[in-house]
Design a protein around this ligand. Structure first.
Ligand code: NI
Length: 174
């Protein structure tokens, strides 16, 4: 496993539409292992392959909501290959989202509160599930990445400009 460099805005690769995975081979499993390590290393809860420069429809997610006796997050990494949203709820929810490709910037994004998703695992088996809460938000955020969409695209122009200005300022200070 290896920690890979994370692509940040305004890298144009973040705007690519990622291609479906066809081969469920060792290369895919090694990509998933590297993405998982990269996500933990960056203290993220989700990562899309394009964020490490690979334009394939692969996500890793681990909300790490559970804590052990020493208050360390308990890890349950999951990989989602070729995920697609089948259905979303009319009910919406608001979450203060961030993104490893837009470091340390957060903004409230409104999305459907629940979604039904179909995906494949790293062996190619198909799964389907109903998601809600943070998982629904995170899944929709990550699937957006596979379509070249960033959470800032869901904001008003005013708010988006504000986030980008803060990012520029922070980069200059660093
Ligand atoms: Ni993101």
């Amino acid at each position: 496993m290896a920690v890979l460099p994370i692509v940040e805005v305004p890298d144009p690769c973040l705007r690519l539409v990622s291609r479906p995975v066809e081969a469920f081979d060792d290369r895919l499993r090694s990509l998933i292992a590297d993405m998982t390590e990269t996500m933990y290393n960056a203290h993220g809860i989700g990562l899309a392959a394009i964020q490490v420069g690979v334009d394939r429809r692969v996500l890793v997610i681990d909300l790490q909501e559970e804590r052990d006796e020493e208050d360390k997050p308990v890890r349950h990494p999951r990989a989602y290959v070729n995920p697609e949203v089948l259905e979303v709820s009319d009910e919406a929810s608001v979450y203060n989202e961030g993104c490893l490709s837009i470091p340390e910037q957060y903004a409230e994004v409104t999305r459907p509160a629940r979604c039904r998703v179909r995906w494949q695992d790293e062996a190619g088996a198909t799964h389907e599930g109903e998601m809600d809460g943070l998982l629904a938000t995170c899944m929709q955020h990550e699937i957006d990445h596979l379509n070249g969409v960033l959470f800032t695209d869901h904001l008003s122009r005013l708010k988006r400009d504000m986030v980008m200005r803060k990012l520029t300022k922070q980069r200059k200070a660093a």
